[in-house]
Design a protein around this ligand. Structure first.
Ligand SMILES: *[C@@H]1O[C@H](CO)[C@@H](O)[C@H](O)[C@H]1NC(C)=O
Ligand SMILES: *[C@@H]1O[C@H](CO)[C@@H](O)[C@H](O)[C@H]1NC(C)=O
Ligand SMILES: *[C@@H]1O[C@H](CO)[C@@H](O)[C@H](O)[C@H]1NC(C)=O
Ligand SMILES: *[C@@H]1O[C@H](CO)[C@@H](O)[C@H](O)[C@H]1NC(C)=O
Ligand SMILES: *[C@@H]1O[C@H](CO)[C@@H](O)[C@H](O)[C@H]1NC(C)=O
Ligand SMILES: *[C@@H]1O[C@H](CO)[C@@H](O)[C@H](O)[C@H]1NC(C)=O
Length: 282
């Protein structure tokens, strides 16, 4: 083999673009069970250490533009996977082929612009944090069937249009945070997938839309919502709230409306809405 070919092969075998990514091939920081001491694994000068497969927590510590299909077979004890500030731009369907559910998956501070169908469907994770990306588009079915999902954070993205189709078959999802996006409206029946009858503990639903551009809440946006633990609409562009909007909502724990240019807010409406609110912040 010519030296040039040998060199090319050597580069290929190291390059995560041409091999299965993550863990076998990427620099990671990992933690042994019950240990707070970080372990470091550098793919270029080490074999995969024995303890790595038994780890509970992995932090990817390398620039990686495209997350490719990867099976976490054998990582029986993994509960936390952090791929933050790694310049991830694309995620292939199958990138999180997990055999056991994760508690936490974070992909913060990357360059993700779109979440397509197939990337997260059926990925079993309780807490999913995608904050600080450039997400402008989420496929209507992108988050379907994540049956163990409890918390999702999409703060600091560029989402503009809420889809009422999002989050089908996520019965445990009760805590959603979309702070610092570009939402302008909450549409008709926006929370149809959060219907009381399909939610375990529906009274604990918490929605955070702080720091968006919401100027319109459709009168039937909360058609299917009975109770809300938190509804945070602080620092939006609401000029008015209609009593109709909360007709079907019987109780709101915290309603946060500060930082809105609420001008048209007749006292009667205020009283009808506030009668349902435990802790108002207006
Ligand atoms: C996972 O943890 C259990 C209990 O500590 C251990 O017996 C098992 O070997 C670990 N799994 C792997 C793949 O190392
Ligand atoms: C989500 O990630 C951001 C950025 O790392 C962090 O500031 C925030 O606390 C996380 N939120 C949750 C609920 O873990
Ligand atoms: C969600 O699960 C249902 C029922 O198994 C299936 O028909 C549907 O295709 C799944 N959706 C996605 C986006 O995978
Ligand atoms: C919901 O998420 C917020 C931050 O995103 C966190 O402070 C709160 O504890 C979470 N609540 C539950 C019930 O997980
Ligand atoms: C539902 O709420 C009850 C009481 O607040 C709590 O004990 C239980 O763990 C919750 N179940 C789920 C699935 O969150
Ligand atoms: C309240 O719920 C009923 C029954 O689902 C529905 O017909 C009505 O449009 C809802 N009203 C509002 C204001 O959402």
């Amino acid at each position: 083999m010519s030296p040039a070919v040998t060199a090319a092969l050597a580069v290929l075998s190291l390059c995560p673009l041409f091999a299965h990514c993550l863990v076998d091939n990427v620099n990671v920081i990992w933690y042994e069970k019950d240990s707070r001491e970080p372990q470091y694994y550098y793919r270029s000068n080490q074999d995969v250490p024995d303890g790595l497969k038994a780890t509970t927590k992995i932090i990817v510590n390398q620039r990686i533009a495209r997350l490719q299909q990867y099976s976490y077979e054998g990582f029986d004890n993994l509960t936390e996977l952090r791929i933050d500030f790694c310049k991830v731009k694309e995620i292939e369907p199958g990138a999180f082929d997990l055999l056991k559910p994760l508690e936490t998956l974070t992909l913060c501070g990357n360059n993700i612009a779109e979440i397509d169908k197939g990337v997260f469907n059926n990925v079993q994770v309780q807490h999913l944090n995608l904050s600080k990306n450039y997400i402008t588009y989420i496929h209507p079915q992108a988050f379907d069937n994540i049956t163990s999902l409890q918390n999702i954070v999409l703060d600091y993205n560029q989402l503009k249009c809420w889809s009422s189709a999002w989050f089908r078959n996520t019965p445990l999802l009760l805590n959603l945070s979309f702070r610092h996006n570009l939402f302008e409206e909450l549409p008709d029946n926006a929370f149809t997938n959060f219907r009381t009858e399909i939610k375990t503990n529906s009274s604990q639903l918490s929605l955070d839309f702080g720091y968006n551009r919401i100027h319109l809440i459709h009168p039937r946006a909360f058609k299917c919502v009975d109770k809300l633990d938190v509804l945070n609409l602080e620092y939006n562009k609401l000029l008015m709230l209609k009593v109709e909007t909360f007709r079907n909502v019987t109780r709101i724990g915290h309603l946060i409306l500060k930082g809105n240019p609420l001008t048209c807010f007749p006292k009667e409406l205020l009283l009808v809405i506030l009668a349902k609110v435990q802790y108002p912040a207006i």
